[in-house]
Structures are given as C-alpha cells and as structure tokens.
Design a protein around this ligand. Structure first.
Ligand code: FES
Length: 153
C-alpha cells in the first residue's frame, strides 16, 4: 500500500525507488540499497553513527524521511574513496588510529568530511563542538580529534 516514486542520487549513482513515504533515509540506504556502511546506533538522533552528507551538509539519516531527498545528492562512506585511493579523512583516521571497534567510524568520518566542507572549525574548541554529535562508546575521542585536527591545519 501507498508507496511513492523517489529518485535519489547516492555516491554518483541514480536510484529510482518505489518506497513507503514513512521510511527513513537510513533504512533506505541500508535495507533497500544495501549500503550498510552507514550505521544504525540509536535510531533517534543521538549518536551520529548514521551521518551522511546531503549536498555536502551533514545530516542524521535516521531522523529524516527518504522521500524528502528526492533529486538530491547524497554521499555515504562508500562514496568517499576513489578506487584504491582513500579520502584524506579516511587516511587521517588510519594514520591516527582513530577507532577501536569501528562501529561509529563511518559516521565520524562523514561528520569530519562535512566539518571540513563547512569550513567553520578554526580552533580546537570548534572541532570538539562540531564533532560533538558523534558518540564513540570506546572513547577513541583523543585520536579522532587528532585526525580531524591534522586536516584543519
Ligand atoms: Fe542516527 Fe544514532 S542512528 S543518530
């Protein structure tokens, strides 16, 4: 019952979907399209594991309905690397060992990419504030901060 047609542009690929208008962007990414790099931590906007970019801006994909992104450009963690070449944020996370279990890492990396695109993080306090929507249960914050700090220099 009641599905509607939506076109999403995800990591440069166009997806023409027929979806329930009540489904979140996160569930469309993971369940309909199979892009499971984007994680579901809390499913209510508190952990940041589901962070993706829409036209370069960070959103919590668990809080948003997929239908509201008809025609928009969405970038997920799977869209960052170019072939064998990792994105600079991915390289920095590796270099600084900025994870333990890795569950929050896609969201942390997407948030850092968004932070850099937004370009408003000038100080250490700015970085901490602008990364504060991404929770890490392992407490890898010091290394995550170091990775993002390096890229803001
Ligand atoms: Fe979306 Fe936690 S899963 S913020």
């Amino acid at each position: 019952a009641g599905t509607i047609a939506v076109t999403l542009h995800i990591n440069g690929t166009e997806y023409n979907l027929q979806i329930d208008p009540r489904v979140t962007l996160l569930d469309v990414l993971r369940e309909y399209i199979g892009l499971t790099g984007t994680k579901k931590g809390c499913d209510h906007g508190q952990c940041g594991a589901c962070t993706v970019l829409v036209d370069g801006y960070r959103i919590n994909s668990c809080l948003t309905l997929a239908v509201s992104y008809d025609g928009e450009q969405i970038t997920t963690i799977e869209g960052l690397a170019e072939g064998e070449d990792l994105h600079p944020v991915q390289e920095a996370f590796l270099h600084h060992d900025a994870f333990q279990c890795g569950y929050c890492t896609p969201g942390q990396i997407m948030s850092a990419v968004g932070l850099l695109l937004e370009g408003h993080a000038k100080t250490d306090a700015d970085i901490r504030e602008q990364m504060s929507g991404n929770i890490c249960r392992c407490g890898a914050y010091a290394n995550i901060f170091a990775a993002v700090r390096e890229l803001c220099n």
